[in-house]
Each structure stands twice: as C-alpha cells, then as structure tokens.
Write a protein that binds this ligand. Sequence first.
Ligand code: SF4
Length: 285
Amino acid sequence: MAAWLILLKNIMTDSPELSLLLDLLGKKEKLAAMLAPSFPIDFPFPDVIGKLKRAGFSYAVEVSRGAVETNKQVVQELKSDPLKRIIASPCPSLVRYIKAQRPELLPFLSQADSPMTASAKLVRQKFPGARPVFIGPCLVKKLEAKDYPDLNILAITFKELFVLFERLKIDGSTEDFVTNFDLLTAHTRLYPISGGLCQSAGIKELLTDEEFRVVSGLDQFEPVLDEFVKNKSIRLVDVLFCPGGCVGGPGIKSTDSLEQRRQRVVKFWVTYQSASKDNHNLQAV
Ligand code: SF4
C-alpha cells in the first residue's frame, strides 16, 4: 500500500487520544505510562514495560499503586462516621449511570480518587513534568480523564497499545526481560476482578458480611442498588459496571473467557507477589 494511503488510513482509524500520544512520543515528551492491573490479560510481564520504555515512555507505573490510595480513602470515609453509607466505585461508567439514572444515589457516591486519578497524582508528585498516560481495558476512562483537566491525563486502551507498538515497530527484545515498574505494588493487583476493592482494602476486618455487598454487571448491580436503598444496615457497595469487573472491559484485545482472564490476573499476582518489592511506602523512588 502506498505510504500516503497508509497514513490516510491511520488518520481515519486512530482515536484522537492515540493520535495525540503518537505525536507526543514523536516529540520526545516526558510521559509516564500508567498500566491498569488487568494488563496481564493482554501483555506478558515484564516484556510490556521494556516495550513501553523503548517506545519512548520515561516511566512505567502500576495503576494498582494508585488503588492503594483509593482504598485508604474509602476506609477513611467508612471510619469517619459509623453511620456513613457509601457506594464505592472506581468505575466511571457506574458514576455516569448513577448521575443519569439514579440521581437519588448521588449523595452516597464515595469521594475517593479512582485508581487512575490517584496514580496521576502520584506521577505528578514522583515524576515532575511527566504527563500521565493511562492504558487500560476501559473506554469510559477517556471521559473520566476529561473530568480532571488539571491532571492532564491521556487515556488509551490495551487494544490501542497494540496498535501503538505496531506503528512504532516495537517487537520483542531480550532486554525487556530485565525491566520493572518504576512505581508498583503487589497488594492491589486483584482490583480488576469483581470485589477487588473489598479484598485489598480489608473490608472484611472492618464490616460484617451483612454490611457490604460486592457486585458487577448491569443486570446484577441494579437490584443491589435497590437493596442498598431499602436496607440501611448496608454501609458499602463495591460495584463495577462490566460483568466480572474490569476483566470484562471492552478495551481488552484478548478473546479469552472471563474465567481465563481472571486466572491471568491472579497468576500475575501470585507469581510476582514475593519477587516484587512494594515501594508504595517509599517517600521517593
Ligand atoms: S468495570 Fe468496565 S466500565 Fe468500569 S472501569 Fe472497569 S472496564 Fe471501565
């Protein structure tokens, strides 16, 4: 295909976010890739980090690290008032659903940062001058990024990261096997699986089984939200819009079943848990 035809095809098919990202990489801008914790479904570790660095990213951050901050804030909300009842959702689709369809539930929405925005704040703090680029399974994160213009987040999907690697001709390299995240934690790596927030935030130590609910998928969460309205003993609902959680997100390229995707996330968590050095308590990295 003629070069101009390829260029025209790319212009017509690339999202504005991917086009902008390719432009920023071409200009050698300082960028921090923030990989959502469902990345092992589509990309092997640590190869993906090496590829990101060779594509031109200065830093690679696990969004799981931001989820640690989300958890702290959710727990703080619950502890601040024994009567406090919240719908905790790092999911922008759920937030938009409540705003549009269930505005009576707005006062219950948690005020905690999502893992994406918390990660962007960490990037600003740890890597001054680097623009945060969220890479994940979610299309609606692109809208959430626009809700926080001060954080200057650019959001693309895993599917788009495949296109980016292809476009920049980033293939596998043996040097990719000795890389690691610049900011990481193992603690919240199950976040993309339904219930990941409750599991990693230690909610079972804080609330009884009667006081919280975990749910995902549109047809599943509506009845739970109804129950939350009626049953005042429920203090927390941990809810994600996609079936099974973010492992069911539309920006994932893999055609594996939900169970296979879930197993890949768990396998990464188990395999690298002891080998990876959590640095979420360090003041500087
Ligand atoms: S559950 Fe789906 S819509 Fe919600 S954040 Fe995850 S991928 Fe996005």
